[in-house]
Ligand binder design. Structure first.
Ligand SMILES: [Zn+2]
Length: 337
């Protein structure tokens, strides 16, 4: 991931990080990547790892590298809650991990700065020694994702730029998730958010002070109305809601955001496509009759985001560096400190 984000910084674009739980979601992302010639970050949360089982996930990702050899591909752990969770992911073959020390290991209680530095530093040492990239988080995002999160509206624990700088210096993380008012899940905002609701000035201030740290935007689904409408048109009951407008993400990308986490939009696309088949063809019972349109619907959203984030067309820019070479890269960084 470090290489992929460094390349994105060089090229001035962002890279979507899409969550997966099963084969169809991985296929959707890989097909979108091939169509748009995009490098890819696939991420799995603890919930996803439990749902799909690590070994299934691992072998599905190996299949993706075999079928799509032209696509640089990262398997990233989303919101690791402890060094042990990160270690199990690294042992299993993840090439990047997030240590979310902004919360205690219960994944709910906001932690102290000292605790966050301690656990994140521990993961950085362990991961870099294997050539694996680390994302940290400072400030707490709102909402709850797969049972992980501080809850609330995303404004309760915003990132303080001074703390962000100290955190990066003391931990050596490659990428940093910051809390600027976004939250996990579908219900992010009750009206269309502006650059002020989203605290874009905080993001810009952090990037100015940390120009070499790759910033990460979590909870960055746009929750488009047309995807909500499909679900509600075919019997769903979503309440009106707003996500993060793509133009705000693009402003973030101009200011150091390199990784953009998107999950809800894909969930909406899948659910809408399945509901449509169930309503229009109630006689169907072959799972493929609704999984195929679901896969196509997710692929469409992913391809659109890849184009909007600017990663489209960049898959062939570089050759992925193997982990042992990345290990040497990190050792060189240590030697130069
Ligand atoms: Zn997140």
């Amino acid at each position: 991931m470090r290489q992929l984000l460094d390349e994105a910084a060089k090229g001035g674009y962002g890279v979507g990080a899409f969550n997966v739980n099963n084969m169809e979601q991985i296929q959707s992302i890989m097909e979108a990547a091939r169509e748009t010639k995009s490098p890819v970050i696939v991420q799995a949360s603890r919930g996803a790892r439990a749902y799909s089982q690590d070994r299934f996930l691992y072998h599905l990702m190996i299949a993706a590298t075999e079928i799509y050899p032209e696509i640089p591909l990262v398997l990233h752990l989303d919101h690791g809650n402890s060094p042990e969770t990160c270690k199990s992911a690294i042992d299993m073959g993840f090439t990047s991990v997030m240590m979310d020390g902004s919360l205690m290991a219960d994944g709910k209680t906001p932690s102290s700065f000292e605790y966050n530095v301690k656990v994140t530093r521990e993961v950085v040492e362990m991961a870099h020694d294997k050539g694996v990239t680390v994302e940290g988080e400072i400030g707490c995002l709102g909402g709850i994702e797969d049972g992980h999160g501080a809850g609330g509206d995303g404004l309760s624990h915003l990132t303080d730029p001074e703390q962000a700088i100290a955190f990066v210096e003391q931990t050596g993380v490659d990428a940093l998730a910051i809390a600027i008012g976004t939250s996990h899940g579908a219900y992010k905002f009750s009206s269309k958010p502006t650059g002020e609701t989203l605290k874009m000035d905080t993001l810009i201030a952090i990037h100015k002070r940390l120009p070499d740290t790759h910033l990460v935007m979590h909870g960055s689904s746009s929750v488009p109305k047309d995807l909500q409408d499909v679900i509600n048109q075919y019997g769903g009951k979503l309440k009106p809601t707003w996500g993060v407008p793509v133009e705000e993400i693009q402003l973030g990308i101009k200011n150091g955001v390199r990784k953009i986490n998107v999950d809800t939009d894909n969930r909406l696309a899948i659910t809408g496509a399945i509901r449509k088949v169930f309503m229009e063809k109630p006689e169907e019972f072959d799972p493929r009759s609704y999984m195929k349109p679901a896969r196509d619907a997710m692929k469409k959203v992913v391809a659109q985001r890849m184009t909007q984030f600017g990663q489209a067309g960049h898959a062939g820019d570089y050759k992925p560096i193997p982990l042992d070479e990345m290990r040497a890269f990190y050792q060189g960084m240590l030697a130069s400190v």
